[in-house]
Every structure is written in structure tokens, then in C-alpha cells.
Write a protein that binds this ligand. Structure first.
Ligand code: NAD
Ligand code: MG
Length: 392
């Protein structure tokens, strides 16, 4: 049987490494085309050698020589920079994992869809920034888009064989992150180390901090709206500290179909890898009797203003998602660099949204890759400006 051609964008990250873990267990079944990374050259080169990839690409142009050195004698091509990332995504493949973090994942994902590959989408930012563009590109090129985010994989699985017209609501769960039980008054003093530790999931640093602020859940609400085409009033967020139920779909006969599983991304990645089949996966089997109880609570809107902002972004429409995400990424950079308090991130994002809503056409421009990039760029500038003014 022909080997399946696969590429992994963002191979050195948390999702990328989990994907490689699954691929390595059945290496003869795959022909690895491209692996991409950024700063972690040693990891990128080591994986490219083990998987015998055709090409390894770093987003960081200044590291090209390091990558060449690390791949010397392997016969694996080395490349660097944005154009090389897109060239890698354009190489014919059957399945491409989109696991770059942030809006940087959008353009390579579009290119992968344009060559007709199935795109396993971990990069939720693509849907938040340019949902209709992604879906339209997939449609035009007859390419399939499969969700990898655990909640969205759970929804997707709960919907197998169902009629969307019978869906009354979609509930996505949230652990509540690092500060779920903190006194509200302490939140402004939360440190980077505290925000970077997740109670249940082991993920990249940025999404872990976004879980503490609920910006991750805010992005996921928008991702749900875009991917499943449901109206915002049908999407609910439920705090579920144990992270065992990932999402529930409610139907108009009153049934709620829940997806239950351990917090291990290899489930969602493996489901997207083998879809429409279910294959054996190396994830823990839950012993519910030992777990004993699962708990739930309504989200505290004062603690997590990001959830309100997501609603406003959906109501605004247009390119508001791209502005929201770019402002969030910039505020997160500010928090990581120690220039912003934890609670200031949401304030910055809200200010940028207000400013760009008032300042004319960008949010209402048509959804093209160029316009999304322009809105993203302006939102980052506006956010940096506000952060600088606050510091000065
Ligand atoms: P990560 O930070 O661990 O890895 C990010 C990857 O992107 C790395 O390979 C890095 O080299 C690459 N990268 C970083 N900046 C880049 C740039 N400017 N250009 C090109 N490549 C760049 O992130 P992660 O936690 O694996 O998350 C990846 C994506 O998956 C994110 O969109 C995240 O929201 C989503 N996601 C992650 C998890 C998880 O469990 N980690 C769960 C659900 C969704
Ligand atoms: Mg998720």
C-alpha cells in the first residue's frame, strides 16, 4: 500500500511533538514530506532525521546555517523564512498538521489547503482570524479540514451521523486554568511562572497562559462558531475543573452527547490522523469509579473578561477576529516580557478593539489574506502603542 504523505507545520512544539510520537509508532506507513519549526534547531533536525523527512524548515532565517549544519550528511534539504514555510506547505501531501502557534499559522495552512491536502487544524487562530477564508479555500480545492483542538474534536465526534438542524446547543468545557480559585484581588499580581503552569494539560507556554486568562476559551468559542457554523447564542462555556469531558452537544430532543477522555492531545491528533477510522491510540483508559466525581460550574465573567470580548467580536463580525487575536498575541508578548500585569492583557485587547472599531474601514474590509494581514498588523501596532503609553 502506498505510504501516506504527511507534513507537520510547527513540528517542534507541543502538538507537533505529540503528532510525531504517533507517527513514530508506525513509521513504515508514512512518507514524511516536510517538518517546520522556529528556534529549536536541534529538535527539528533530530526529528527530520528519525522521520527521514524530505525537507526541514525553520521560520527563523538567521538559523539557516545552524539547520544546514545539523542536517549535514543526511540528504535532507534545509530551508528558512516565510517563503520557505509556504513552499514546504505547498509540497504535495495527503495530510498536513497545522500546529504553528499564533496568526503565523494562517498563511501556510491556506497553502496546504490549496494543494488539496487534508488539514488537521490545531492552529485555532486560523479560524479566529479568517474563518470564512479557510472554509472557502477548503471548499474550492476540495480539501478537508479536521479539528484537532480537544473541544472541537469532541464536538466533531459527537456529531457523527447527526443532523446539524437537530443541534440546540454546543457546550465547550474549560478547566479554568491556573487562577480558577484565586481571590480576584490577587490576579493583577499573578506572575509569569504561575500563569505558565496548567492544572491538567501539558501544552505550549502561550496557550497555557491563555488558559489562565480564558483567552484560549474565547478563541475556542469563535472557533466553534466558524467551524460548525452555529450562531453564537448556541455556544456555551462550562467550567469543568477535571478536564475529562471536553465538550457536549445538546440536541432538540433534550439529549446531551458528551465526549469523555483523559487530557491527552494524542487522542484528538490521532482521531484526525486516522479519520474516518478509529484506531487504537496510546492514551490512558479512564477509570471513572476511581475518579469518583466530575464537577461543573458557570464561568465567572468578572474573572475572565476575555469571554465577554469573544461575544463582542462575534457580534461585530468582519475582521474583528483578526484584530482580537493580534491584540491578544501582542498583550501576551507584553505579559511574557514583564511589561504588563496579567489582568492588563484583557484591558489592552478591549482598547484595541474599541480603537479599531472607531477608526474606520479595517474591520469591515473584505476577508482576503492581505486584508487580514493588514488588520493584524494595525492591531499589533495599536496594542504596542497602548502598552508603551501605559509604561511611560
Ligand atoms: P508551541 O509553542 O509548543 O509550538 C509552536 C510551534 O510553532 C513550534 O514548532 C514553533 O517552532 C513554531 N513557531 C512559533 N512561532 C512561529 C512563527 N512565527 N512562524 C512559524 N513557526 C512558528 O505551541 P503548541 O502548544 O503546540 O500550540 C500549537 C497550536 O496548537 C496553537 O495554535 C495552539 O493554540 C493549538 N493547540 C495546542 C494545544 C496543546 O495541547 N498544546 C491544544 C489545542 C490547540
Ligand atoms: Mg482546546
Amino acid at each position: 500500500m502506498a505510504r501516506r504523505r504527511i507534513s507537520i507545520l510547527g513540528a517542534t512544539g507541543s502538538i507537533g511533538q505529540n503528532t510525531i510520537d504517533l507517527i513514530k509508532r508506525d513509521l513504515p506507513a508514512y512518507e514524511v514530506i516536510a517538518l517546520t519549526g522556529a528556534g529549536n534547531i536541534a529538535q527539528l533536525a533530530a526529528d527530520a532525521r528519525v522521520l527521514n523527512a524530505q525537507v526541514a524548515v525553520t521560520a527563523d532565517e538567521s538559523r539557516l546555517d545552524d539547520l544546514r549544519d545539523a542536517l549535514a550528511g543526511s540528504g535532507i534539504a534545509a530551508a528558512a523564512g516565510q517563503a520557505a514555510l509556504s513552499e514546504a506547505a505547498a509540497r504535495p501531501a495527503d495530510w498536513v498538521m497545522s500546529a504553528i502557534v499564533g496568526a503565523a499559522g494562517l498563511a501556510p495552512g491556506i497553502v496546504a489547503l490549496q494543494q488539496g491536502a487534508t488539514l488537521a487544524l490545531a492552529n485555532k487562530e486560523s479560524l479566529v482570524c479568517a474563518g470564512s477564508l479557510i472554509l472557502e479555500t477548503a471548499r474550492q480545492h476540495n480539501a478537508r479540514l479536521l479539528p484537532v483542538d480537544s473541544e472541537h474534536s469532541a464536538i466533531f465526534q459527537a456529531l457523527v451521523g447527526e443532523d446539524m438542524a437537530a443541534v440546540e446547543r454546543i457546550v465547550i468545557t474549560a478547566s479554568g486554568g491556573a487562577f480558577r480559585d484565586w481571590p480576584l484581588d490577587d490576579l493583577p499580581n499573578a506572575t509569569l511562572a504561575q500563569a505558565s503552569s496548567h492544572p491538567n494539560w501539558d501544552m505550549g507556554q502561550r496557550i497555557t497562559i491563555d488558559s489562565a486568562s480564558m483567552f484560549n476559551k474565547a478563541l475556542e468559542v469563535i472557533e466553534t462558531r466558524e467551524y460548525f457554523g452555529v450562531s453564537p447564542d448556541k455556544i456555551e462555556v462550562l467550567v469543568h475543573p477535571e478536564s475529562m469531558i471536553h465538550a457536549l452537544v445538546g440536541f432538540h430532543d433534550g439529549a446531551l452527547m458528551a465526549h469523555v477522555g483523559p487530557p491527552d492531545m494524542r487522542h484528538a491528533i490521532g482521531y484526525a490522523l486516522h479519520w474516518p477510522e478509529r484506531r487504537v491510540l496510546p492514551v490512558e483508559r479512564l477509570d471513572l469509579a476511581a475518579i469518583g466525581s466530575l464537577t461543573f460550574r458557570a464561568p465567572d465573567m468578572a474573572r475572565w473578561p476575555a469571554l465577554r470580548l469573544a461575544r463582542e467580536v462575534m457580534a461585530r463580525g468582519g475582521l474583528a477576529g483578526a484584530v482580537f487575536n493580534a491584540a491578544k498575541e501582542t498583550a501576551l508578548d507584553g505579559f511574557i516580557a514583564g511589561n504588563l500585569a496579567f489582568t492588563a492583557m484583557a484591558e489592552i485587547v478591549e482598547e484595541v478593539l474599541t480603537q479599531m472599531d472607531a477608526s474606520g474601514g479595517h474591520i469591515d474590509a473584505s476577508m482576503t489574506l492581505d486584508n487580514v494581514a493588514a488588520a493584524d498588523h494595525l492591531a499589533r501596532m495599536a496594542a504596542r502603542d497602548i502598552i508603551e503609553k501605559r509604561a511611560g
